[in-house]
Design a protein. Structure first.
Length: 99
């Protein structure tokens, strides 16, 4: 999908929420997203699910990256880079939107 004007402005201080027509369910250990507007399903791995859940709690991308860094014992710079890329991708698809 690529970057959109909205996704380009996402940084570590950005908080996100689910898109209006996006619903999430746990299924076979994976978080599955349903975009009712497009009629498409998307699957998120454990890292993606962490971003989704913590965004619902009002945490910023940077806060989620800090938690992921601790959980997976990976340098924060690496988890922040990965979380920002994922957040931008999900926003470009309209699955997450900045608050």
């Amino acid at each position: 999908m690529g970057e959109t004007p909205v996704s380009r402005h996402i940084d570590e201080n950005t908080a996100l929420r689910a898109g209006e027509q996006v619903f999430a369910r746990e299924f076979d250990g994976e978080l599955v997203l349903l975009d009712l507007g497009r009629g498409e399903y998307f699957g998120l791995n454990a890292t993606g699910a962490l971003l989704w859940r913590r965004s619902a709690d009002g945490r910023s991308v940077g806060q989620v990256a800090e938690e992921a860094s601790r959980l997976y014992n990976v340098p924060k710079e690496e988890t922040l880079s990965d979380m920002l890329a994922l957040a931008r991708e999900l926003c470009s698809m309209g699955l997450l939107v900045p608050t």
